[in-house]
Design a protein around this ligand. Structure first.
Ligand code: T3D
Length: 259
């Protein structure tokens, strides 16, 4: 079904692997369209309760394929964003299922900002991050100018974007750009374990948590309290809420169905 990414559903987890390792999984138009399609499949496949996004080979993703931008027959800048990166990061933020990004190697440019917009982003200790854009005369895209100041504050976001220094996974963890860095030999197992945990949790409540977090940035406090009231009322009507309370009272492990 796909040529530039790998897609599989393992239990209740959709695994998406960016798969152009010879160019560090740099993205061209066909790959962007495949990633969008895969995210759409995640949304429409009820059995999928968590998504695991990673890269093949030594890199997570080097961002835009720079060969494509010098191709006279390639897409123009506006289309690269408007029908590529923007819909991708929008689809990740709007997907009401948790997305774990497992950064296995370097993440640069749009590749880094796609990683930062996922719900829980973890990295192998040997991975690194660079905004990269300023080094080629561009501004950060793929939501970076929105996401980074919210993750790390204005000073750090500005320095990361203007200087484009490459920072280690440990530093990314220490400033809150990512959730955790794991030693390389435990990275695959530990990152997958997070997806497995999330896939067994109350999916609808997690989805509504994500919706509330998304909206929190444009709401005032009272509007957000009203939203929480509305979403909590919905969560309180789910199977998983009834199961969670029953399991607690019966002193057993809950069996959530994502319903
Ligand atoms: O029109 C628009 O551009 C709008 C969209 C913008 C979105 C963006 O993402 S802009 C930012 C684009 N990305 C970059 O500028 C990053 C470019 N790459 C790098 O800076 C470095 O490659 C890395 C820091 C990612 C990794 O460095 P290193 O030394 O570990 O690896 P390398 O040797 O540079 O790269 C390995 C191979 O991947 C190499 O191929 P080769 O020589 O072995 O045949 C290299 O050319 C290729 N590669 C890496 N990045 C890209 C790429 N090929 C095409 N496009 C790339 N972005």
């Amino acid at each position: 079904m796909f040529e530039h990414i790998l897609w599989s559903v393992e239990g209740e987890i959709a695994r998406i692997t960016l798969n152009r390792p010879s160019v560090f999984n740099a993205m061209h138009q066909a790959m962007r369209q495949e990633l969008l399609l895969a995210l759409d499949l995640c949304r429409n496949t009820e059995a999928v309760r968590a998504v695991y996004l990673t890269g093949a080979g030594r890199a997570f993703c080097a961002g835009q394929d720079l060969q494509e931008v010098v191709d006279p027959n390639g897409p123009v800048m506006h289309d690269i964003l408007a029908s590529g990166y923007n819909p991708i990061v929008r689809a990740i933020r709007q997907l009401e299922k948790p997305v774990v990004c497992a950064v296995n190697g370097v993440a640069a440019g749009a590749g880094a900002n796609i990683a930062f917009c996922c719900d829980i982003t973890v990295a192998a200790a040997s991975a690194s991050f660079t905004q990269a854009f300023s080094k080629i005369g561009l501004i950060p895209d793929s939501g970076g100018t929105w996401t980074l100041p919210r993750l790390v504050g204005l000073q750090r976001a500005t320095a990361l974007m203007m200087l484009s220094d490459k920072i280690s996974a440990a530093e990314a963890e220490s400033i809150g750009l990512i959730w955790k860095a794991f030693p390389d030999d435990r990275f695959a197992e530990e990152s997958w374990r997070i997806a497995q945990t999330l896939a067994q949790m109350p999916t609808r409540a997690l989805g509504m948590t994500k919706r509330a977090l998304n909206l929190s940035f444009s709401h005032d406090f009272n509007t957000q309290l009203a939203l929480e009231d509305d979403l909590q009322t919905q969560a309180g009507q789910t199977h998983d809420y009834r199961e969670g309370v029953a399991a607690f009272l019966e002193k057993r492990k809950p069996l959530f169905k994502g319903e």
